[in-house]
Design a protein around this ligand. Structure first.
Ligand code: MIG
Length: 716
């Protein structure tokens, strides 16, 4: 084991000869002596780590996983899995995010940079023991120390590099459904949004737009005028966002397949032949995303759709999901033949069932193919968790070759830390269950902690049928997540905002319009979080140090100014809310609502009707809003509205940039510094415009500590 110095607070421990994942951009190269800290480490055929947890220790992080914000009490496996049924006992979802923080008698963070399976038993088998198993002998482990959770996260986000930033329009509402089959149908959906005045910035295309599920192809029949469709929709601010799957269909004459064969761009089996698996297109080969040339080749293929006017994509099935492999099927048939020879009884029946069920996403399949990396042939199993990551990277690098200064929307299903620099993620196939709005809420801060700032769940749920009240409550949560996409599975009940009765439609419409009104705030806070290496969505315990704030898991901080307390149970017309300090409650029916109330520090029951949701403005902070618009391109920022809760002084920097280019990376942006102070009957507003030409006027509503409401207008 070698120890490297990165900063005073961060050390890297290198064990064996680890595979380079590029998760960390600053690995430190100064070797210095020192023992492994906190965890007891045993290095044998595998690596095992043990830590004795104090009874009050809390464990945060691990990104995309089931259960709560505090991960204690369960066991999690980092192994990217295509499992569409997110029931509570599941141990793996689509992402592998091996960063966590223990807060308690020792407070420190740890990142296990290992691209295959890692198991985190956080006091599941032995309540006080945190056991980590790394299935291998070569890894990098980072230990991050700091005074607070906030500092540790910040230090970690710094070494893994800045988050991907989507175009600003990707903060608009996106409609999706597996089952929009034709260009006409897509246009009808778009027109409905426009007619009904419901804002919309994107429509996702699922598998059906392709010809026979062939990547980068277009069904002539169903999408004959694709480029003019893009053009017409974009006139109304609506972008088409096609899906791209990892597997490439095996078919003579299909250009992508043939190029892949010619260039040796596919992952291979043990005989060095392209590995064959079956997914949606039938038999496919998997692009070898761990190979630089293959990555470049695949990345450039996005150009065809981009030339037709596409500006965003979602990458699916990149764990990679495997329905079955040739070898797997052969073996299953052999087993079945054997079983046939036996008498059918309960025992052989279950063996038959297992044989069939084990076909999908079988570990043996993952062990039976290889990647041609710079360091030679690597078995897929050993790098399983960075396959999807490298598909995201391929797409992102491809976009750079097309237009280096343009931002494209990109979100992936599978991911690993490092992928956050190249794209966002959605959280996969959840269900239209109340349990999954809870999961959505609790997962967001953990994802942010692991670097995935641009993320969100399938709003209203993917599988199962939605009920109207859940649809309302889910929209009321998703308006605060950067990726706000409503998506559902083939054959499920419609869940577009207008799929319900008129009353529900109106509530959801007002909710989406509210989202558009707070885009100036969300974008400003998101960009500041990216630029400063901070979280955008946080649990209370990041900002507040009192005991209760550390325990609250059903309220979240969105940026620096506001807290939300979503309703996540059916038939609730209110809920308990813990306020760690005095806060201003804004009950929102729509963005013009004027229902303000100061909520004292402590425990409160807050009435919230079905047609409203709550926003809590923190003490001495402010929220900046614009006006809703049909799409982000129509947002008029001449007048902004500010709601400030000011006991004595509140300061805010409103960040903005062009929203489409990568100039922000060079520090090209604009901002307005706003200071509001209140002293008895006097108030003072100071706004310094640093280059934001669009904003001309600020309509300021100040609610003072005593509950006095002051309105003022500032011209810039
Ligand atoms: O096997 O493309 O998570 O969003 O609608 C299912 C069809 C494949 C899984 C994705 C989901 C998408 C679906 N895909």
């Amino acid at each position: 084991m070698r120890k490297y110095y990165i900063t005073e607070k961060i050390s890297r421990y290198e064990i064996g000869n680890p595979i380079e994942t590029e998760a960390v951009i600053n690995k430190g190269d100064k070797n210095y002596p020192g023992d492994f800290k906190y965890f007891n480490i045993e290095i044998g055929n595998e690596i095992n780590l043990n830590y004795k947890m104090n009874k009050d220790d809390k464990v945060y992080g691990l990104g995309q996983n089931m259960r709560g914000i505090n991960k204690r009490g369960y066991i999690y496996e980092s192994f990217c899995s295509d499992d569409p049924c997110h029931t509570p006992e599941k141990k793996s979802l689509y992402g592998a995010h091996n960063f966590f923080i223990i807060e308690g008698s020792n407070t420190f963070g740890m990142f296990i940079d290992f691209p295959s399976k890692v198991t985190f038993d956080v006091g599941y088998n032995v309540r006080s023991n945190f056991h980590i198993n790394i299935e291998g002998t070569d890894t990098n482990i980072y230990i991050i120390e700091g005074e607070s959770l906030k500092e540790i996260v910040h230090e970690f986000l710094k070494i893994i590099g800045k988050s991907y930033v989507p175009p600003k329009w990707a903060f608009g509402y996106i409609q999706s459904r597996w089952g929009y089959k034709t260009g006409n149908e897509v246009e009808e959906i778009a027109n409905k949004f426009i007619e009904k005045g419901i804002p919309l910035d994107g429509i996702c295309l699922d598998l059906d737009y392709m010809d026979d599920y062939k990547d980068f192809s277009l069904s002539e029949e169903r999408f004959s005028d694709f480029s003019s469709l893009n053009k017409r929709l974009k006139e109304n601010g609506i972008k088409i966002i096609p899906i791209i799957d990892a597997g490439v269909k095996i078919e003579e004459g299909y250009d992508i397949y043939e190029e892949g064969i010619r260039g040796n761009y596919f992952a291979v089996d043990k005989n060095n032949n392209p590995f064959v698996a079956a997914v949606w297109p039938g038999k496919v080969h998997f692009p070898d995303f761990l190979n630089k040339d293959a990555r470049l080749w695949f990345g450039r293929k996005y150009k065809g759709l981009i030339d037709n006017g596409v500006e965003g994509f979602w990458n699916d099935m990149n764990e990679p999901a495997i329905f079955y492999s040739e070898g797997g099927i052969e073996e299953a048939y052999r087993n079945i033949d054997e079983l046939k020879k036996l008498e059918l009884n309960v025992d052989s029946f279950f063996k038959l069932m297992d044989t069939v069920n084990n076909l999908k996403n079988n570990v043996n399949d993952y062990k039976s193919f290889y990647h041609k990396t710079e360091n030679g042939l690597v078995n897929h199993y050993d790098v399983h968790n960075i396959y999807g990551y490298n598909m995201t990277k391929a797409a992102s690098e491809g976009f750079d070759t097309i237009d280096e200064n343009k931002r494209f929307l990109l979100f992936s299903r599978a991911s690993y830390i490092g992928a956050h620099r190249y794209g966002g993620i959605w959280t996969g196939d959840n269900s239209s269950w109340w349990e999954h709005i809870v999961l959505n809420m609790k997962m967001m801060p953990s994802l942010n902690m692991c670097g995935f700032l641009y993320s969100g769940a399938d709003t209203c749920g993917f599988g199962s049928n939605i009920d109207p009240e859940l649809a309302i409550r889910w929209n009321q949560l998703s308006i605060f997540t950067p990726l706000y996409r409503n998506h559902s599975a083939l054959g499920t009940k419609d869940q577009e905002p207008f799929a319900f009765d008129l009353e529900v439609e109106k509530i959801i419409k007002n909710t989406i319009r509210f989202r558009y009104a707070i885009i100036p705030y969300l974008y400003s806070e998101f960009m500041k979080a990216v630029n400063n290496s901070d979280m955008f969505i946080k649990q209370l315990g990041i900002e507040y140090q009192d005991k209760l704030s550390k325990e609250v898991e059903d309220q979240l901080l969105i940026g620096d100014s506001i807290m939300i307390a979503p309703i996540y149970e059916p038939n609730k017309r209110g809920r308990y809310v813990y306020t760690p300090e005095d806060m201003l409650l804004w009950k929102v029916k729509d963005h013009t609502s004027k229902d303000f109330e100061i909520i004292k520090k402590g425990h409160n029951y807050i009435d919230i009707d079905i047609n409203e949701f709550s926003v809590f403005i923190r003490k001495n902070k402010m929220l900046v809003l614009g006006e809703p618009a049909q799409s982000t391109k129509d947002i008029n920022s001449e007048t902004l509205n500010i709601i400030a809760f000011v006991e004595n002084e509140a300061e805010y920097t409103l960040y903005d940039d062009d929203g489409i280019s990568n100039d922000y990376k060079k520090g090209i942006n604009s901002s307005i510094d706003i200071t509001i102070s209140v002293d008895r009957d006097k108030h003072n507003i100071n706004a310094v415009n640093k280059g934001n030409l669009e904003v001309k006027r600020l309509n300021v509503t100040i609610i003072t500590g005593e509950g006095k409401i002051i309105s003022d207008v500032v011209n810039l």
